[in-house]
Design a protein around this ligand. Sequence first.
Ligand code: PXP
Length: 259
Amino acid sequence: MRLSINIDHIATLRNARGARDPDPAEAVRVVERAGADGIVCHLREDRRHIRDEDVKALRKTITTKLDLEMAATKEIVRIALRVRPELATLVPEKRKELTTEGGLDVLRHKRPLAKAIKNLHGKKIAVSLFVDPAAGQIRAAKEIGAEMIEIHTGEYANARSNRERGKHLRRIQESAVLARSLGLGVNAGHGLDYVNISPIAAIREIEEVSIGHAVIVRAIGVGLENAVREMVALVRGGDARGQGSLFEGDDLLEGGDLT
Ligand code: PXP
């Protein structure tokens, strides 16, 4: 199974401070060096994290593959046609949501989705539809020409009991089997973390998972100590080199000159 990392949160953090750091393109180098198979970013209509210039910079930096998450609106499709990601994942978007809240209602929005797919295919961009693990939605995705689906794993991730989790896992597995039998590629994502990933990773029909939040949270968990150690060393007048920096390879501690 392949792993793509969603780097939206890097941009969220940068925007919170109105600064240049942390730079999503810098993060790509670390993520790819660590073995990820692809980079995901979501250019939202409200540009709350990833911005147009990020997408351009990411396109230049990424050496694996770019999966552009996007709503099927005219404006964003036009941008995708220029950027030419390896994959466009169409998602529903609501202004007020904190994150994508569920899969697309493909059955209800067949025509606009089919049009977006056709336009993207015109530039040889593969298209995936983010859908709930529901047979009707998956069949509709095939019908309107998508070559891939991403199964929404949010309900599985949020399940409050083992029984409920098991039920959602079975739905995900059955959906993956159905999609493959229709000739669709199968990705999965949303809410996956270090605890709930293994049963998903065991589903043979799922080819790739897309994970963001849990990896960034983990990065803070394992990186915070080093970051504080480095600053403690500098505050005490010592040398912070060799402690490992956030984006190794940057020259923060390599003779950085602030004068
Ligand atoms: N897949 C899709 C379609 C998403 O919208 C998101 C969240 O941006 C993810 C995967 C990643 O979810 P998480 O950040 O919970 O890992």
